[in-house]
Design a protein around this ligand. Structure first.
Ligand SMILES: Cc1ncc(COP(=O)(O)O)c(C=O)c1O
Length: 348
């Protein structure tokens, strides 16, 4: 961190340098930092000129803020099912959900999975829709040969307190489109940047960006070890592994917990048993299935989104940078709990 006081200014080199780093890492001409991933999603939608009354498709299972960002523009969220293998918006469900007012798609790469961006961008192009690609959970991932966040008309990153790149708070929009970039800049300019990332935050982030590939690689190795150790446990369905040429980035690692294979133990009981073993594991998002139909439209069956709400269990990333022996202990905890459920005993 520079000692010249530059971190404490309104305008300095740190934000500009970080934005340059973000743009060149993603191979895009524009990156704009802001105060959170949530605001980045909203700014991206504003950059795409989403208007009141427009419809925006998003997954029935997603980060809650994405629904609210669509509403913040006076637009209407349209819920689409997810692909049960990757926890993301199901590309083959989009077409049937499109209505006359549909203008855009918000798609998030979640829980170590990657959305089928190639198909989504094809569908979007056929129907003249724009895409916001939410890469908040997967910085550094490669999706079907391209950096996550670069398929959409706008990509979104988060630098929130729990994220793989963190300044406590923060976010960014990346884009190839000069018009989107310009519109967002105008949205932010209110005599000063209205939703800024500070110079101090940018100074904290720059070295993390440089370290991200190495850290992502360690996390991938640990997840490989974890999944190999759990492969023979039925009733624990992990997020899809990347195809050759792609790379995952793990903010969380998702499993579908199928209680029928755990002697009917409800998910909460399983989680409590795992937590008692010292494993930081938790539920996923609450999803939007119970949102009032006055607030959104449903674009088809939401069966897999409902299952994700009910069955997702997640390991959080910090453990993935720890020693391989810690992963062994986590595998052992899963096995111990599995044994107890089979034997009908309580876990102690
Ligand atoms: C998929 C997704 N999008 C957006 C966000 C919002 O990021 P922030 O916490 O920086 O507002 C999150 C945060 O967890 C997220 O998981």
């Amino acid at each position: 961190m520079s000692r010249d006081g530059s971190w404490g200014r309104y305008h300095g080199d740190h934000v500009a340098w970080l934005e340059q780093q973000l743009a060149s890492w993603h191979g895009l001409p524009f990156a704009l930092t802001c105060c959170s991933g949530t605001v980045a999603v909203e700014l991206a939608l504003r950059g795409l000129k989403i208007q009141p009354g427009d419809e925006v498709l998003l997954a029935g299972y997603d980060f809650s803020g994405n629904f609210r960002c669509i509403e913040a523009l006076g637009a209407v969220p349209v819920l689409v099912d997810i692909d049960p293998e990757n926890w993301s918006l199901a590309a083959d469900r989009v077409e049937q959900a499109i209505g006359r007012a549909t203008r855009a798609i918000v798609v998030s790469h979640l829980h170590g999975g990657r959305a089928d961006m190639r198909t989504l961008t094809d569908v979007a192009a056929r129907h003249d829709l724009q895409i916001v690609e939410d890469a908040c959970q997967v910085p550094g991932a490669v999706v079907q040969g391209r950096p996550a966040g670069t398929w959409g008309d706008a990509g979104v990153l988060s630098f929130g307190g729990s994220k793989l790149l963190t300044a406590g708070r923060g976010g960014a929009v990346i884009t190839k489109r000069a018009d989107v970039h310009q519109r967002i800049k105008i949205q932010c300019e209110r005599g000063n940047h209205a939703f800024p990332l500070s110079e101090l935050q940018a100074a904290v982030l720059s070295p993390q960006v440089a370290k991200l590939p190495e850290r992502n690689e360690i996390r991938r190795q640990r997840v490989g070890q974890l999944l190999a150790g759990l492969a023979d446990l039925p009733g624990l369905h992990p997020v899809a592994q990347p195809s050759p040429g792609d790379q995952a980035s793990y903010y969380k690692v998702a499993f579908r917990y199928e209680s029928a294979h755990w002697s009917g133990w409800p998910r909460d009981q399983f989680l409590a048993a795992m937590q008692a073993e010292g494993v930081a594991i938790d539920v996923g998002f609450r999803g939007f299935l119970r949102r009032s139909r006055r607030r959104c439209r449903v674009g088809g069956e939401l069966h897999h989104a409902q299952r994700a709400v009910d069955e997702t269990v997640l390991l959080h990333h910090p453990v993935l940078l720890s020693d391989a022996s810690i992963i062994e202990q986590i595998v052992a905890a899963f096995r111990k709990v599995a044994e107890h459920t089979v034997n009908g005993g309580s876990v102690g």
